[in-house]
Design a protein around this ligand. Structure first.
Ligand code: GLN
Ligand code: ZN
Length: 767
């Protein structure tokens, strides 16, 4: 008999109940009891939804973040919250978001940042997903102290509900790998202390009658040097004396060179992502000692397409025959990364909907696989036939396949990726056309999304504003933005993006090949969710998207107006992408469709076009050995979109992250005339990248952090620019904020930009 289990369930709730409960609690509109009751209700509901599985995850539920939960469970609280009044939950939210509730007093103590009671913990991406975790803070002095009450309470709750509970933990090696030691200490030195606490924890779980514990070690799919490999051996040899059985879970990729390490660790079972690399999975099956459980992740926990159950059974049946009771099946990873329930999508096109599976539907697929293996395919014949029919419909659908797109792509040769002339030739032509001063000033694109703008969009979507009324409202916003920029004296203007809800959704809505869910929310961090568009078919651009807005904006001013577009790599990385062709091809289709927009903007007289690639870096594969392949097609796609313009047309690109050192050559290979990059939020980490690499084109290292309401001083901006000028020739430098201003208010934007413009004047005078 095959055992069915799940690694984790989305906790936000099908109606985002957790989000609303958290936000009401933080605002003081509801008491803690309501928040905790909502959380308990969600857990109960989600356990019920997982009925029929042999083992159900417990402890995967979190009020904010599972890594932060782990830090609290291990007693690893940052020093700065320890002295605070209140209890664990208050401190938990302080680390998560800087304050326990919105009313908590600001504290301008040196150790506390301006935006909350204390400095919030650093947040960063969970492997290559769009989920953000709170980075564990480690120092040489870090001590751990077990506090398992949260987990034990949930375990008791689950047992009360008759759930066959399998507690879920983040493993000690991954925990250290995910943490940061700002004091420069060696993180692995903490392993012995950490293992003592894990040992105690496993003991407490055993005392509760727990049989299996799932210990997540996703760093097993990344490159591990000898020290980290050794840490795995140390950790699991020490933990093997515990009385629970450990299921070691890896996900987000294949084990590859870590297969031998993983297969030989002294644990009772191993879970792998069996979709990542079939051959690798098969080798592992051969390697794994017969007494160990093998859990195969066979339902994609990261994407939303129905599984091909027939093909999976063809593969699994002989494996099941061989492994018998030691074969387990599960989704590849926690279902945290997909929306909860497809049933909520009543407005989605029925044909497209028939191709999809959200978390609940994925669990149903798992149950079907289990029955087919345990009782024979005949037991679920109808369901298998339905599944096959849905897949056949998707495979053959004219909505997915557009011969014109495929033909155009076949003709999109690498020659289209080349500018006519080299930068050295283009730069003087652009200078002659644009007449910009030294240290030109600009912004990244968006201006504050005011309540009025959001209200207008809501009314428009609800049909209470006509097309014409909505257009007029947005035009008024654009005109306002242009007046503001002229008054401030900025050199290159933007239209302000008032008409855009989101930089990916806005473009996706107007491209063929994209569909949108109405409830397909996925947790991004804390109470924040995103609703990734669904890229299901060949992509084309039925009509121009931005041209009329930018043309209007340009008509209002004699200064150069920058047209603002989202790039193909970011469109790809922030969508649920079709899995029936390589991502590289889908990306190229996006690039070709958007190339038309670039050329239309140019034809409309727009002298500068910015292509945002905010998510360029996060598409990097987890293993460095796979980076170059990604960079090659990602850069080629950017170039295909951008490089059809004349020499005089200036292409900008924008990226919002500062870890640049390792990809700076790739960024240069994009050959944008100007790039603007986040720089100040990260304490100018970016500038280090230019120490050993002479970036050839124009560059605007952001001069102030747009995430904070603080207004930067003129001196601070001048100083930042002077630091940049030490590494980058001054004639290549632009002056701009870190990122777009849509989350700020005009009362913050005006003085900040005034100081920025004044700083540029000061630099020009001094030059
Ligand atoms: N042009 C976009 C804006 O200003 C860029 C956003 C981003 O980089 N995330 O809002
Ligand atoms: Zn940005």
């Amino acid at each position: 008999m095959v055992t069915l289990h799940n690694l984790g369930f989305p906790r936000i709730g099908a109606g985002r109940e957790l989000k609303w409960a958290l936000e009401r609690y933080w605002k003081g509109e509801q008491g803690r009891d309501v928040l905790l009751a909502t959380a308990a209700e969600l857990r109960a509901r989600h356990w019920t939804a997982q009925q029929g599985l042999d083992l159900v995850p417990v402890g995967d539920f979190s009020l904010y973040d599972q890594v932060l939960d782990m830090s609290f469970l291990l007693g690893n609280l940052p020093e700065r919250v320890r002295g605070y009044h209140g209890d664990t939950l208050d401190n938990y939210f302080r680390v998560a978001r800087g304050r326990s509730a919105d009313s908590e007093q600001h504290d301008h103590d040196a150790h506390h940042d301006c935006c909350g009671g204390v400095a919030a913990g650093e947040m960063t991406k969970w492997f290559n997903t769009n989920y953000h975790y709170i980075v564990p803070e480690l120092t040489a002095a870090t001590q751990f102290k077990l506090n398992a009450s949260r987990l034990l309470d949930q375990l008791a709750e689950a047992k009360g509900q008759g759930v066959r509970a399998k507690p879920v933990l983040i493993g000690p090696v991954s925990y250290l790998a995910l943490g940061k030691a700002h004091d420069g200490s060696v993180k692995l030195d903490l392993l012995p202390r950490l293992l003592t606490v894990y040992g105690e924890l496993l003991g407490q779980l055993a005392a509760q009658g727990v049989e299996w514990v799932q210990i997540d070690e996703p760093i097993l799919v990344t490159e591990l040097d000898a020290d980290w490999q050794h840490a795995f051996n140390t950790a699991y040899h020490q933990l093997k004396s515990s009385r629970v059985k450990i299921l070691l879970a890896s996900y987000f990729g294949a084990l590859l060179d870590n297969k031998y390490l993983a297969a030989n660790l002294p644990v009772a079972g191993l879970h792998i992502d069996a979709l990542a690399d079939r051959a690798d999975a098969e080798q592992l099956i051969g390697l794994l000692p017969a007494h160990k459980v093998l859990s195969l992740g066979v339902i994609d926990g990261r994407n939303i397409w129905k599984s091909d159950l027939g093909a999976l059974l063809d593969w699994l049946e002989p494996i099941a025959a061989r492994l018998g009771g030691s074969l387990w099946l599960a989704p590849t990873c926690s279902l945290l990364h997909v929306p909860v329930d497809l049933q909520s999508e009543t407005r989605l096109d029925p044909e497209i909907r028939s191709w999809l599976a959200f978390a609940l539907q994925k669990l149903e697929e798992l149950r079907l696989l289990g029955r087919a293996l345990n009782e024979g395919r005949a037991a679920v014949a109808q369901a298998l036939a339905d599944n096959a029919a849905a897949l056949a419909s998707r495979h053959a659908s004219p909505r997915v396949h557009d011969a014109a797109v495929q033909q155009a792509l076949a003709h999109a040769t690498p020659a289209l990726e080349q500018r006519h002339s080299a930068y050295a030739v283009r730069a003087p032509l652009q200078a002659a056309k644009l007449h910009l001063p030294a240290f030109p000033t600009t912004t990244i694109g968006s201006f504050p999304q005011t309540p009025e703008i959001r209200h207008a969009r809501k009314e428009y979507k609800a049909g209470r504003l006509s097309d014409a009324q909505y257009q007029a409202a947005m035009r008024a916003e654009i005109a306002h933005g242009v007046r503001e920029q002229e008054a401030l004296g900025l050199d290159v203007l933007v239209h302000g993006e008032a008409e855009r809800n989101d930089m990916v959704e806005y473009f996706g809505e107007q491209l063929a090949g994209y569909a949108f869910s109405s409830q397909g929310w996925v947790q991004s961090y804390g109470s924040r969710c995103v609703k990734p568009p669904i890229l299901y078919g060949d992509v084309s651009r039925p009509h121009p998207i931005t041209v009329e807005w930018i043309r209007y904006a340009q008509s209002l001013t004699r200064r150069p107006m920058k047209g603002m577009l989202t790039g193909p790599v970011t469109m790809l990385n922030w969508s649920f992408v079709r899995d029936d062709q390589p991502r590289a091809i889908t990306c190229r289709q996006l690039a070709l469709a958007l190339r038309g927009e670039v050329l239309d903007l140019e034809a409309a007289g727009v002298p500068i076009i910015q292509i945002d690639e905010a998510a360029f870096r996060e598409g990097l594969p987890l293993r460095r050995a796979h980076w170059q392949e990604y960079l090659d097609w990602a850069i080629a796609s950017f170039r295909l979109m951008a490089n059809g313009v004349r020499d005089e047309t200036q292409i900008h690109s924008h990226m919002c992250y500062s870890e640049f050192n390792d990809i700076i050559a790739a960024i240069a290979a994009m050959d944008a005339d100007v790039i603007t990059i986040e720089n100040s939020r990260s304490g100018q980490e970016l500038l280090g990248a230019f120490e050993h690499f002479a970036y050839p084109n124009g560059i605007g290292p952001g001069v102030y952090d747009i995430h904070s309401p603080n207004v930067p001083t003129q001196e601070a901006i001048v100083q930042r620019m002077r630091q940049a000028a030490r590494r980058i020739p001054a004639n290549q430098l632009w002056v701009n904020p870190d990122c777009g201003l849509k989350t700020r208010q005009w009362s913050e934007v005006r003085p900040s930009l005034a100081h920025m413009v004044a700083a540029a004047h000061e630099l020009r005078r001094a030059a």
